[in-house]
Design a protein around this ligand. Sequence first.
Ligand code: SAJ
Length: 432
Amino acid sequence: MVSDNELKVVVLGLGYIGLPTAAVIARTGSKVLGVDVTQSVVDTVNSGKVHIEEVDLDGLVSGVVARGNLRASTTIEPADIFVIAVPTPFAEDHAPNIGYVLKAATTVASVLKPGDAVILESTSPVGTTEKVRDLLAQLRPDLKVPGKTGESADIAIAYCPERVLPGRILVELIDNDRVIGGITPRCARKALAFYRRFVRGACVTTTSRAAEMTKLTENAFRDVNIAFANELSRVADTMDVDVWEVIRLANRHPRVNILSPGPGVGGHCIAVDPWFLVHADRANTPLIRTAREVNDAKVDYVIARAEAMVAEHPGLLVACLGLAFKANIDDFRESPALKVAAALAARFGDRLHVVEPYAATLPAAFDDTGANLTDLDTAIEICPIMIVLVDHDMFKSVPLDERADKIVYDTRGIWPDQPRGQFRPEPLRLAG
Ligand code: SAJ
């Protein structure tokens, strides 16, 4: 086996997963080349800086770039291991788009040689790794690909999904267990040897198809369980019961563990990946599809409730706490909080004060609305109405005496001691 210092690794895609992965591998001493189609990303990384916000990533990248173990380029070079970490978005009809994966595989094909391993990490529909294999076979007829020629293949191809949580990526990249699916068992073993170089968690091997479905299953599981919590929160509103109290009490049962309701499910994983399963087998996924719909509908429900609350108090200033898709991160993509705040801004304009410690300016959705970006202290001072949309630590720590007389809609349950009773709109019954 080659030593860490001799191993050459190419990571394709320097995004939220690719860049931390490249940096962690480079830290082991391997020579890593990050390949990205965006020149500015390449330039940023080569200058030892990062273009994404992630805890401790800046220090790690500047260190491995300074030591010469991580470089970036728009052009691929030969290597021993190729890790593909490019996006897999979906279209309007929820059909997954694996175009970026196939494009990355085409790039890899141009430099592939016997003995190399190609590992796909992007969340992908079941069967994608086999498609990568078929494409490589077509582009490089001189190489024996796995699964077509028995175990005597020239190259290894495997699927190993990332499972890291934004905000904890560098910790989870090392500590989480990894599922490694080979096109053949030999492919899986080859990929396993690579992950063992930097992963402390258990590395478990399986087939590429099982590994692909495992990744989708993890996020669908979470989505279904959040949908249950979101549905409960609507029922509790109708019943005039505090859903947070009910969940706390129910979770005292040894076999019950209900997740947290919120203003909907955001981010680019949990709200996306379940559709890959639904799209692949619509007839057998009514629960997964309904969960998606329940979570999407929760945003509209929260908007309607918040609008009713603000409309009931003409003239009062309103604070919207948070825009990020979840706590303590600066990521606003597919954020339900942003959707709610933007809808309120469109209707109530300059009555609205948005507090978001992770934003320097308001996003484009607030252009021409008159809404303001305000700091927390000012919002507490001037806004009698407070709508909690994100459970940032900074918001959680506001003591009761600073908010006891506020009119509060706490969609995240961060202030369990908040007196109830100031706001009792008629229960809303929305379609969907
Ligand atoms: N949310 C709730 N209630 C909860 C938990 C989450 O409303 O009880 C909301 C969050 O506020 C957020 C969304 O769900 O809007 C998703 O947040 P998250 O923290 O649960 O997950 P992500 O999207 O940041 O990361 C997920 C993780 N998957 C699982 O936990 C199964 C992560 O491990 C994956 O690597 C990542 O998706 C991915 O890349 O697929």
